[in-house]
Design a protein around this ligand. Structure first.
Ligand code: GDP
Length: 438
């Protein structure tokens, strides 16, 4: 069963980000930083009653003018409905109930997703503020009084979310099903690619486990495998103008990445890697997902026999943190090399799921440390006792050593490269954790 996802939605200034931070606490710091990537802190992993889940803050993205508020809220709610397990609809007791709240509540009511109504800024202990009663008018059930500043009511809120999480053992997902997020900036060709895939080959809209939950996902099967393309609702039709808003494309990408096994990062061949591409690719990298860099619109490029190599080099330079990702040049318009994507998706997914025995890792370690001696500092040498794999998706290795401070980044990088040189792990980031022992 996939990790549940809780999304907080609501009007600007109701305190979404503050609530997010309160719920997440210090856990935010576990988000790893990649040099050159500013990842919006939209996502964090939480734990409550022994259950881990993700929480997403849609509040990092706020509209500029008041006239935009309603369309902004609708969009935000739509994305949450498409992706979240539970939606927390946050209102503000200080401003009271607004027409926009009512409108969004109606949208949420029509979605078949659990919605928890929370009313923020109930700052007094005891919370007898009668103003909370007007929120019953939204038709979303009992409001939960919270104070994001003080933390009151957050336990009740988490309990209410928890009650809607599907049982952990339920609905085992088909282990052969690969969830694919198609991400990239507006107009890069995401819709065109999805339509090309779904339009040309056999599309099955069925009750296969894991595919019924969201009508926004597209299931697709061919002789290579079973694929679920995530959050394709807006792509299956012609993309709407409102979909072109850059800020939503980042939020949408963030949520799709989190639910995926493999990310197809689309780059426009005419433009090369742009700043927004770097951002989206960085999110996929930091989430530890298997990635394929897909250069689209290859048909529209004037090219000679060097163009592809040059472009490949530029991409390696601009997305230097993901040299592990294969690059493929396609045209969603003509279909050129689109069929190859399936093999590649299957391949990187397998690579990300690879398990390497401790025995093999330690013979690699013996070779690697013999070839390049571990660093020393003031006469003290780094000793690496052993290495073992702690997890998959992404492959996660733990190294036990005498002194973590001696384990310089460059030596970690060297070991990573050795691991890749031996085992491949193409298309997937890897994690290396250093543990000091004795
Ligand atoms: P999205 O916003 O990422 O979903 O992008 P769309 O799929 O809506 O495509 C944006 C524009 O690029 C449309 O005008 C498409 O026809 C065009 N386009 C998409 N893929 C290709 C391609 O492979 N080659 C060319 N020449 N144009 C493309």
């Amino acid at each position: 069963m996939a990790k549940p996802l809780v999304a907080i939605v609501g009007r600007p200034n109701v305190g979404k980000s503050m609530l997010f931070n309160k719920l997440v606490g210090r856990r935010l710091s576990i988000v790893e930083d990649t040099p050159g990537v500013t990842r919006d802190r939209l996502y964090a992993e939480c734990e409550w009653r022994g259950r881990t889940f993700d929480i997403v803050d849609t509040g990092g993205i706020e509209p500029g003018t008041t006239t935009e508020i309603l369309s902004f809220m609708r969009k935000q709610a739509e994305i949450a409905i498409a992706n979240a397990t539970v939606i927390v609809f946050l209102c503000d007791v200080k401003t009271g109930l607004t027409a926009a709240d009512q409108d969004v509540a109606n949208l949420l009511l029509r979605a078949r997703k659990p919605v928890i109504l929370a009313v923020n800024k109930m700052d007094q202990v005891g919370m007898t503020n009668p103003d909370i009663y007007e929120f019953y008018n939204l038709g979303l059930g009992d409001p939960i009084a919270v104070s994001a500043v003080h933390g009151h009511g957050t336990g009740d809120l988490l309990d209410a979310c928890f009650a809607h999480f599907p049982p952990e053992e339920e609905e085992e997902e088909d282990p052969d099903l690969i969830k694919v997020a198609v991400i990239g900036k507006p107009n890069v060709g995401k819709s065109s690619l999805i339509n090309r895939i779904l339009g040309e080959e056999r599309v099955i809209v069925s009750n296969v486990a894991g595919t019924t939950r969201d009508a926004v996902d597209s299931y697709f099967e061919n002789e290579v495998g079973k694929f679920l393309f995530i959050d394709t609702a807006g792509m299956r039709k012609k993309a709407k103008v409102s979909d072109q808003i850059e800020k939503f494309s980042v939020l949408r990408a963030a949520m799709a990445i989190e639910r995926s096994d493999v990310c197809l990062i689309l780059i426009d061949a005419n433009e090369g890697v742009t700043e927004q591409d770097t951002k989206v690719a960085g999110m996929a990298h930091e989430s530890g997902k298997a990635c394929i860099i897909v250069v689209n619109k290859w048909d529209a490029v004037d090219k000679d026999d060097k163009t592809m190599d040059r472009m490949r080099q530029d991409i390696r330079r601009d997305l230097s943190y993901m040299t592990y990702a294969p690059i493929v040049f396609i045209s969603a318009l003509t279909g050129q090399r689109v069929p190859r994507l399936f093999q590649l998706i299957q391949y990187v997914n397998d690579q990300a799921s690879m398990r390497i025995t401790t025995g093999m890792l330690n013979s690699l370690l013996a070779d690697a440390t013999a070839r390049v001696q571990p660093p020393t500092d003031k006469g003290r040498r780094l000793k690496i006792y052993y290495m073992t794999q702690a997890g998959i998706r992404p492959p996660h290795f733990v190294c036990f050593c005498n002194d973590a401070k001696l384990f310089h980044f460059s030596y970690q990088r060297y070991l990573e490269n050795q691991i890749r040189a031996t085992f491949g792990l193409e298309g997937t980031p890897i994690r290396l954790t250093i543990r000091q022992k004795g």
